[in-house]
Every structure is written in structure tokens, then in C-alpha cells.
Ligand binder design. Structure first.
Ligand SMILES: Nc1ncnc2c1ncn2[C@@H]1O[C@H](COP(=O)(O)OP(=O)(O)OP(=O)(O)O)[C@@H](O)[C@H]1O
Ligand SMILES: [Mg+2]
Length: 295
């Protein structure tokens, strides 16, 4: 896809054909979550980032673009009635697909058990991208969870995004696969979007920084596309338990290491957007102040 096409799609999604004032109110920021290697934590990141953003006063919608595998609804413990296959078959509009989860955040199911969905022809992917514009009246932030590696869907949604979050773990294969993904997106598909690395399952902040520095070095020097550091989520046994219970960790235990890390990333994202993060409740402030004074 050329960058002109990407620009056009972005305009369609952001409703830029409408008046400027209207556009400001209806603006929708798009985050696409991708990875080189599978199983690195994209779907958990998408869901828990959405929950953390909700806690910060936002109203995000998650689009499960890992078509056919239903990662998002499994993590949320939901069984939505409609999914993207209904949209593709013209049986509903995209707004009808938005399912409110028991946790208050909304999502669009990519369908489950529909293997063919992962091989959608490119005109159908474009059609879905165009229809996403309708969501701008329902949400301020759209988080798109994709499948691992590179395919037409990943390319399309990375180009459509305002920011691409690449999830990487400290495993050498995850680092090399992330670089391969970025190299293909940047060199072959002319990705211009800002890229942020989210380092998952790290043992320490130092390990996460080292992973970031390694990848940023090669991206900057060999792809001329430096990447930003989004933050890190430590390896947390409790997340594994939460996944088994089909409760997102952010709700399973808000004080878990992983939950607090997702919250920090959400805050950093909003600060990056230049937004005023909603002041935490008085109670929370007291708890924090107490901790600072006595720890
Ligand atoms: N920070 C973490 N600490 C411990 N375990 C984690 C962490 N993040 C993810 N996991 C584990 O990794 C598994 C895979 O996570 P997830 O489904 O989010 O990955 P994914 O990248 O979306 O996978 P896929 O590529 O198959 O879509 C989870 O079921 C969970 O057990
Ligand atoms: Mg997933």
C-alpha cells in the first residue's frame, strides 16, 4: 500500500472530510498492537491497556484483528453474538458489532473458529478499515490487536494507526523477529507511523531497557526509523492465573505487578498525547503519599 493510500485511509478513519471543528470533537486515536513472534503478550496488553485507559477516564474500543482466533473475547470471558464475519457478509454495520464487556470496555470480535477470516482478500480488509471511521462517534481510542508476524491485515492496520506498539520479550528470537517485522513494514510497506516498543515478560527495568536499546540501535542505523520506548511489563505469575480464570489481570488484581505496569504504560501514552491525566482519587493519593513517606 502506498503512503498516499495510507493517508487517505487515515483521513477516512478520522473523518477528516468533515468540518475541522467536528473533526476535533470526533477525533479517534488508533493504536495497533503487533509483534514478530507469537505468544509474546499482545492480546493481554491490548485488553489491559484498554482497562487502564478506562480507569484514566477514556473510553477505548478494542478491535480483535487476529481474525478467527478470538483472543480478546477469551481474555475478557465473553461470548459475543456478532463478529466481523457478519460485517463482511453485510449483515450489520460496524457500530452493531461493538460489544460492551462485563468490565465496561467495549470490543469488536474478530470471530472464532473461522479460519478463512485470516486470509481475507485485501479489498475486504480495506472495506473494514474504511468502516472503522464509523467508530469515531463511539470512542476516542481504538486499540487494534493483531496476529503475530506479517500479513495483509497487519500491514493495513499498522499503516492506519497513529502509533504502532510492537510487543517484544527479552528472548533472542522475539528480538530478531521484531526486527524482521519492522524491517518488512518499513522497507517493503513504507511504514511512516510512530513505533513504540513494549517490552513484556522482562525480569527487570534494566533488562527491558537493554532490549529497547538493542532494537532501537538497529532500527535507527539500518532502517532510519528510530523507535520509542513504551514501557515494560514484568513477568508475572499472577497474569498466567488470571488468563486461566478468564479475568483480565487488571481486574483480577489491580495491585499485581503486571497491572501496575499496564497502568504506567497507559499513563505514559496519555501524557504522550499531551492530555491531562485525570487526577487520581483522593483515596489513591493518600495511599501513594503514605507509601512514599513510609517506604
Ligand atoms: N507479563 C506476563 N507475565 C507472565 N505471563 C505472561 C505475560 N504476558 C503474557 N503472558 C502469558 O503469555 C500468554 C500469551 O499471551 P497473549 O495471548 O497475550 O499473547 P499474544 O501475543 O496475543 O499471542 P498470539 O500471538 O498467539 O496472539 C498468556 O496466556 C500468558 O500466560
Ligand atoms: Mg493474541
Amino acid at each position: 500500500m502506498s503512503s498516499d493510500q495510507a493517508q487517505l485511509l487515515r483521513q477516512l478513519v478520522n473523518g477528516q472530510s468533515e468540518s475541522k471543528e467536528d473533526n476535533i470533537q470526533r477525533d479517534m486515536h488508533i493504536i495497533t498492537v503487533a509483534s514478530g513472534k507469537g505468544g509474546v503478550g499482545k492480546s493481554n496488553f491490548s485488553v489491559n491497556l484498554a482497562l487502564a485507559l478506562q480507569g484514566l477516564g477514556k473510553n477505548p474500543i478494542i478491535l480483535d484483528a487476529d481474525f478467527g482466533l478470538a483472543n480478546v473475547e477469551v481474555i475478557l470471558g465473553e461470548h459475543p453474538k456478532y463478529n466481523l464475519s457478519h460485517l463482511i457478509n453485510g449483515e450489520c454495520r460496524i457500530g452493531d458489532l461493538v460489544t460492551k464487556s462485563q468490565y465496561g470496555i467495549s470490543f469488536i470480535s474478530g470471530g472464532s473458529g473461522i479460519r478463512d477470516m485470516s486470509f481475507l482478500p485485501s479489498y475486504q480488509i480495506s472495506d473494514i478499515s474504511r468502516k472503522l471511521g464509523e467508530l469515531s462517534s463511539l470512542t476516542d481510542i481504538l486499540i487494534i490487536d493483531t496476529g503475530a508476524g506479517i500479513n495483509d491485515i497487519v500491514v493495513k492496520f499498522c499503516n492506519l494507526a497513529d502509533e504502532v506498539y510492537v510487543v517484544v520479550t527479552p528472548e533472542p528470537t522475539s528480538i530478531t523477529d521484531s526486527y524482521a517485522l519492522l524491517k518488512t513494514l518499513i522497507n517493503n510497506f513504507k511504514l511512516k507511523t510512530k513505533v513504540k516498543l513494549m517490552i513484556n515478560k522482562a525480569d527487570s527495568q534494566k533488562e527491558a531497557h537493554d532490549v529497547y536499546k538493542k532494537l532501537n540501535y538497529v532500527c535507527e542505523n539500518f532502517l532510519q526509523h528510530p523507535v520509542d520506548y513504551a514501557g515494560f511489563v514484568p513477568y508475572d505469575e499472577e497474569l498466567f492465573r488470571a488468563v486461566k480464570e478468564q479475568v483480565p489481570i487488571f481486574r483480577y488484581n489491580m495491585r499485581a505487578k503486571a497491572s501496575m505496569a499496564y497502568y504506567q504504560i497507559a499513563k505514559a501514552y496519555l501524557i504522550g498525547l499531551g492530555e491531562q491525566v485525570k487526577k487520581e482519587s483522593m483515596k489513591e493519593n493518600w495511599v501513594n503519599r503514605f507509601k512514599r513517606l513510609f517506604s
